[in-house]
Design a protein around this ligand. Structure first.
Ligand code: ADP
Ligand code: MG
Ligand code: MG
Length: 880
């Protein structure tokens, strides 16, 4: 088996076998760049090393020896020869770059004899012993496992003794002394002398690089970045070139474009008279690559040219390592550069405009998950932060403001123009007005799906939830973190993207929706097949959705409209009504309000469809909590004046309410009296909503606005439900169209949220113009997981034990939920070929789920306004 490839035998497309570094060294060698000669030991050899119980695979060494001879011939030097010694570096390099995670050894091949040889051959004793001391330290650290700081301490002592600050100022004598001391340290630490035989050194170094694949930090890095353990690392053995031969030598790293802004301008650093990691190690302050232009215009010119060629060759921004040896430029590494999302966008757009890549390639290069970062205000990267606690990153964006504990207070201050952060153990629907007025929300309890988190995400407001370091004392309006007190009014900052809680205010950056960002989305729109709609419940959200490019509203929930504090008493009256006329009276009061809601949102979305879902949650959600109510009653009875008629009435009202609350209590509300089951039991509720929709639409049509209401009936399980409810809505629509004398372009459809609906889609489809998969509920009902219980309690176990690969509420479960969706699509389209089918719910904004929607040929995805750009890009990538 071939374990060893000379650089000239490899190429860029051999990354799996040669690792990224090796494949690119080979590629650069073959396109004629000045790369020091060498060879690569394959990743397969590394895997076999582990398979044979951590031993070099048989036959490997026999292939290494002739490869060394090849390098010797190319360089005219000989490995281990004191007269004219060849030195090499031994460099790790996995398939995907894992910067700094594994080990590299420089200057290998040195001993007393070869060090004197280098000294004689170069006439530079200082240089020879500088290499030697570096080699002992690196080899000691990487191969022999001696802590680096032990070498550093000795180095510091020697520098102090000679009275110098920088390594580069050490005299040859000091360096020689250092070598002796380092060797003594090695002997002392390992019990054996430092290995002097270069071949022995090489064998041990290769073994150490293989081993570094499984060092702790590499394992952690792989886990964090989803890199399989089974890849293994390659080892590159390369002839050394020296940046530490004097002031005409140096070493550096540069990006072909600025990795934080994307600007097309060489960006990097270098140091003269230095080697390898000196630039990043902070030993001396490196110079900006710009100053190379003055210091050595010829080298700068050569390097710029190479940088340009490499970019053209790889059609991507490059991150390049180079060394200058006595005025000669060598390239030691190139790879596609890592950069911020805004830089990635600018670079992709400009590479396309420069004709290097196509629009499709540009679109494909942007990670949709990263896009969200650009849509919110965020903390300036350069800011110094006093992070005092960390909670869950519940809703992205950053916000600063004064701590406020009550929603009412937050609203008051918010209206007065103050910036506040609403803090509490949790939030409830009663806090909505405070949340709206606050800049951000911070809770000490609750997870990613707690009320605060869901509502904040929906509002596009930053939130940090479940920050249990916060000990809140509502009575005293104060919270503690450890021993530090944060009374109401203290300024804090929350970062909803990372979960950080920061003391004081910090500099922020506004969302960066630059021209390039729009370009990428425009190009995406030209590629994608799926339509992208938004979930929005009110005119401001609708406006945001439009701004982000939504093609309509795929889900407008009506329950939030009922939660308004001014309306909740009427809603409760409606629920508590004993007779139909009583209920209808309450509904009549709600009608104009609902009509106003729909008027606003239909108007904001003029020209585009607005899909309005009729009431969905169980009614008890609009009533107060039973236990609290019981306590209130008890307190009244104990403390209030029971003779007072007003008190008597209050108690009586509360008792009636409590009875109703208890009556509506359900064992399993998720599967209880909700969705269109409400419409079946209380047709008058849906009738009122339909009336409100069509009256609003008629008004707008008369005002000359193009409106397209789509009425969506939730939680259907049987075609008869839809048949009945559709008929009612249609009759109302027709009646209003007739009496108002207008034409309204409307549709009626249903949500698919339970398996029965999906499996009988052929029976349901004739009654629907559209299907909308409510994948949150569908996931709950297909898996039989209640979301609130799963995420907090057992789902982590399922993920840790690899039973499920992803949280099915975040990433669509293709094998289960997805399979049912596919059946539904096939049945539905067969029975009603014109039916429009889409998805709403969290999955609509998740790129992997979007890809699946494309696979089963849905017509649209709908997601929260802030995810619309992500969905536009995701849908384009899914279509490629
Ligand atoms: P990493 O993957 O951590 O960047 P590298 O293998 O690229 O590790 O090497 C670390 C440093 O050593 C780099 O700065 C590189 O330029 C330098 N280096 C590696 N091999 C040689 C060589 N043959 N001659 C001179 N410098 C080298
Ligand atoms: Mg490198
Ligand atoms: Mg639902």
């Amino acid at each position: 088996k071939k374990y060893v490839y000379l650089f000239r035998e490899g190429s860029a497309d051999m990354k799996n076998l040669l690792g990224g570094k090796g494949a690119n060294l080979a590629e650069m060698t073959n396109i004629g760049l000045n790369v020091p000669q060498g060879f690569t030991i394959t990743t397969e050899a590394c895997l076999e090393y582990y398979d044979c119980g951590e031993q070099l695979p048989g036959g490997l060494w026999e292939q290494i020896l002739p490869a060394i001879q090849d390098v010797e011939r190319a360089s005219g030097k000989r490995f281990g020869d004191p007269e004219n010694p060849l030195l090499v570096s031994v460099r790790s390099g996995a398939r995907v770059s894992m910067p700094g995670m594994m080990d590299t050894i420089l200057n290998l091949g040195l001993n007393e004899g070869t060090a004197s040889g280098v000294s004689k051959a170069t006439g530079n004793e200082r240089f020879a012993f500088d290499c030697y001391r570096r080699f002992i330290q690196m080899f000691g650290d990487v191969v022999l496992g001696i802590a680096s700081h032990k070498f550093e301490n000795i180095l510091e002592e020697v520098k102090e003794k000679q009275g110098v600050t920088f390594d580069s100022e050490l005299s040859p004598e000091s360096l020689k002394g250092l070598v002796v001391k380092f060797k003594a340290l090695v002997k002392q630490e390992t019990g054996v002398p430092f290995p002097d035989d270069p071949y022995e050194q090489l064998k041990e170094a290769i073994t150490a690089v293989f081993k570094s694949w499984n060092n702790h930090r590499a394992i952690v890095y792989r886990k964090a970045n989803g890199i399989p353990d089974s890849y293994g690392t390659a080892v590159n053995v390369q002839s050394m070139v020296f940046g530490n031969m004097g002031n005409d030598s140096g070493t550096g790293v540069a990006f072909t474009r600025n990795p934080s802004t994307g600007e097309k301008h060489l960006y990097g650093e270098y140091l003269m008279n230095a080697q390898g990691e000196d630039v990043v190690a902070g030993i001396r302050t490196p110079l900006s690559i710009d100053s190379l232009q003055n210091d050595n215009p010829e080298i700068y010119r050569q390097f710029s040219e190479i940088a340009k060629n490499l970019e053209n060759h790889y059609k991507n921004m490059q991150d390049i390592e180079f060394t200058i040896e006595k005025g000669r430029l060598y390239i030691l590494q190139t790879r596609n550069g890592k950069c911020t999302i805004s830089a990635a966008i600018r670079i992709a757009v400009e590479l396309c405009q420069e004709g290097l890549i196509t629009k499709e390639e540009a679109v494909e290069r942007i990670d949709p998950h990263q896009l969200e970062k650009l849509l919110h205000r965020r903390i300036d990267d350069a800011a110094k932060l006093d992070v005092v606690a960390t909670g869950l990153p519940a809703s992205p964006g950053a916000a600063s403001g004064k701590i406020i504990f009550s929603a009412d207070e937050a609203e008051k201050l918010g209206q007065a123009g103050e910036k506040v952060i609403l803090v509490g153990t949790e939030t409830t629907p009663d806090d909505i007005h405070g949340m709206l007025a606050a800049q951000g929300i911070l809770t000490s309890r609750g997870g990613m799906t707690s009320h605060a988190a869901v509502v904040a995400r929906h509002m596009g407001k930053p939130a940090v939830c479940g920050c249990d370091a916060l000990k809140i004392n509502l009575a005293d309006k104060i919270f503690m973190i450890g021993d530090d007190a944060y009374p109401e009014g203290t300024e804090i900052t929350i970062d909803g993207a990372t979960g950080r809680v920061i003391r004081g205010t910090v500099p922020m950056k506004d969302p960066d929706l630059s021209g390039e960002f729009q370009k990428i989305l425009e190009w995406s729109d030209g590629i994608r097949k799926l339509q992208v709609m938004a979930n929005a419940d009110n005119p401001p959200d609708a406006a945001k959705a439009r701004e982000f490019g939504a093609q309509g509203i795929g889900l407008c929930r009506t329950e939030h409209m009922f939660m308004d504090p001014a309306r909740i008493p009427i809603v409760q009256k409606m629920i508590l009504a004993q007779t139909l006329p009583e209920r209808e009276a309450a509904l009549a009061e709600l009608l104009p309000m609902q009509e106003g809601d729909f008027y606003g949102i239909l108007k904001a979305m003029h020209g585009l469809p607005v899909t309005i879902r009729l009431l969905d949650p169980p009614l008890h959600e609009f009533l107060p909590n039973g236990e609290e109510l019981a306590l209130e009653i008890q307190e009244l009875k104990l403390t209030a004046n029971l003779q007072d008629e007003k008190v008597q009435k209050e108690i009586k009202d509360k008792e009636v309410l409590l009875k109703k609350v208890r009556g509506l209590q359900e064992m399993n509300p998720m599967l209880g009296h909700r969705g269109c089951r409400l419409g079946i039991s209380y047709p008058e509720i849906y009738a009122m909503q339909s009336r409100a929709i069509f009256k609003a639409a008629a008004r707008l049509v008369k005002e000359g606005v193009d409106v397209r209401p789509h009425v969506k009936i939730p939680l259907v399980i049987h075609h008869k439900e839809l048949e009945i409810l559709r008929k009612q809505t249609e009759e109302i629509a027709q009646e209003i169209i007739k009496t108002e004398g207008v034409k309204i372009n409307y549709q009626i459809g249903t949500m698919i949220e339970v398996p029965r609906a999906a499996l009988t889609a052929d029976e349901i489809a004739p009654f629907a113009e559209f299907f909308s998969f409510g994948t949150n509920d569908l996931t709950q009902t297909v898996l039989g997981f209640s979301r609130d219980d799963a995420e907090g309690k057992f789902l982590p176990d399922y993920l840790n034990q690899n039973i499920l690969a992803n949280n099915p509420f975040a990433v669509l479960d293709r094998d289960g939920v997805g399979r049912i969706m596919k059946i539904c699509v096939d049945l539905g389209r067969k029975a009603n070929p014109g039916i429009k089918i889409g998805i709403c719910g969290e999955h609509g904004g998740d790129p992997s789920s979007i890809e699946f929607c494309q696979e089963i040929n849905l017509d649209y995805v709908s997601c929260s306004p802030f995810r619309v750009p992500i969905a536009r890009l995701g849908a384009a990538q899914a279509a490629l």
